[in-house]
Design a protein around this ligand. Structure first.
Ligand SMILES: *[C@@H]1O[C@H](CO)[C@@H](O)[C@H](O)[C@H]1NC(C)=O
Ligand SMILES: *[C@@H]1O[C@H](CO)[C@@H](O)[C@H](O)[C@H]1NC(C)=O
Length: 385
């Protein structure tokens, strides 16, 4: 590990300790510590998050709150591999909407879900390549206890278990309202993605859910018993059910995803799956349609782990959790301090073989003086410790 310590960050104690290690003889670390507010680091981080969002199949689009740590490993004439730690916030867009995180809205503070992602990003500007070989994220809802401490008189909706029958009722009733107002197409409930409840004038339930197109049209209602084999989610609906005595107030809005029908360049999107192109050169990438995607990146390149509210699982008298424990994110393609090679030839045209050197992910304690960078949402409630 001593090998990875850049001298600039080396405290006296650590350096004395490191000197005696045999690894010291291997030479200085190839990792450069980067500023978390540097414009290129911010640009690469933004693309990385877009790449993560594209790779995911469920959950909400993550937006960049701040860059928490940044390292760059310049690869011999082959661009750079960045090791980034990003503090993120969930937005109100579902990942299946394929919307860019910058186009999505943030949630209210009391409904926030926040966390940290670690991601490796390979950049090769001359070849217009930006690609994330691996990522992992951990998210938690904002601490309900801290929200109440901050504002005891404004209890917002509390997250509620989607298996609560009243949550299901809110989804069913709001979708029924949507269907009754729809002129022809009908939709059915696929999956509840978010639920909360609050006492307003009576018990009130707020839900978000994925819908699919129902095989029945409105005119067939009742007589239609076709079972749809196609259960692709096609939109996200937001509904509420507010009760006062015997009265019910139902609201609903639905947002349909842009159709992902395979366009003439269908295979192109398969190739692009593994890469994020710099937008202005996207058109110029047409020639890449002949590329084949190697098996390495056809599987998911990472995962997003959801943990409970930090305060909900903590016994009252225990210590505050350290950063490692609060948002544990593991991302190691190798444990060899010398690194391993990673074949990225598929990102390039032509027969050449291109290999990167991948190192173990730098530890959190190694952080440049210019990190973390400024946050979009600076409340300590949504910043990992
Ligand atoms: C990503 O995290 C999961 C656990 O959440 C772990 O099993 C996996 O090994 C991690 N991926 C990498 C590349 O470290
Ligand atoms: C981050 O960079 C921007 C633009 O370069 C600058 O205006 C801003 O003051 C910087 N913020 C911090 C906290 O360094």
């Amino acid at each position: 590990m001593g090998l990875l310590l850049p001298l600039a960050l080396c405290t006296l104690a650590l350096c004395w300790g490191a000197v005696s290690l045999p690894q010291q003889a291997l030479g200085p670390s190839p990792l450069l510590s980067r500023g978390c507010n540097d414009s290129d680091v911010l640009a690469v981080s933004g693309f990385a998050l877009q790449d993560i969002n594209r790779d995911r199949k469920d959950g909400y689009v993550l937006s960049l709150n701040r860059v928490s740590n940044a390292w760059e490993h310049r690869q011999d004439g082959l661009g750079s591999l960045f090791y980034l730690t990003l503090d993120v916030l969930e937005t109100d867009c579902h990942v299946l909407s394929k919307k860019a995180w910058k186009d999505c809205g943030l949630r209210f503070l009391h409904e926030s879900v926040y966390g940290q992602c670690k991601v490796m990003v390979y950049t090769n500007m001359p070849h217009r390549v930006l690609y994330s070989p691996a990522y992992n994220c951990t998210l938690r809802p904002v601490s309900h206890r801290k929200i109440v401490d901050m504002c005891p008189d404004c209890p917002g909706p509390r997250p509620t278990d989607s298996s609560d029958p009243r949550v299901l009722e809110a989804a069913t009733e709001s979708l029924a309202k949507y269907n009754s107002e729809s002129t022809s197409k009908q939709y059915s409930l696929l999956k509840i993605t978010r639920a909360s409840s609050q006492w307003v004038v009576g018990p009130s339930y707020f839900v978000e859910y994925l819908v699919k197109e129902s095989p029945c049209t409105k005119s067939q209602a009742g007589s239609c018993s076709l079972r749809s084999s196609d259960s692709e989610p096609i939109g996200l609906c937001t509904g509420s059910l507010v009760q006062r005595d015997l009265e019910k107030f139902v609201s609903v809005t639905c947002d349909f995803f842009e159709t992902q029908a395979p366009a003439p360049g269908g295979e192109k999107s398969a190739v692009n799956k593994g890469r994020v192109n710099i937008p202005e050169v996207q058109e110029a990438q047409g020639e890449h349609t002949s590329l084949t995607v190697s098996p390495y990146k056809s599987g998911p390149r990472g995962s997003v782990q959801y943990l409970p509210d930090l305060d909900s699982e903590k016994p009252k008298n225990s210590q505050e959790k350290g950063p490692q424990e609060a948002f544990p994110v593991q991302l190691d393609l190798t444990t060899d301090p010398q690194g391993e090679t990673l074949d990225v030839s598929f990102l390039f045209l032509g027969p050449m073989e291109e290999k990167l050197v991948v190192l173990p992910f730098p530890r959190e304690e190694q952080r440049s003086a210019e990190c973390p960078g400024p946050a979009q949402e600076a409340s300590a409630l949504v910043l990992p410790p």
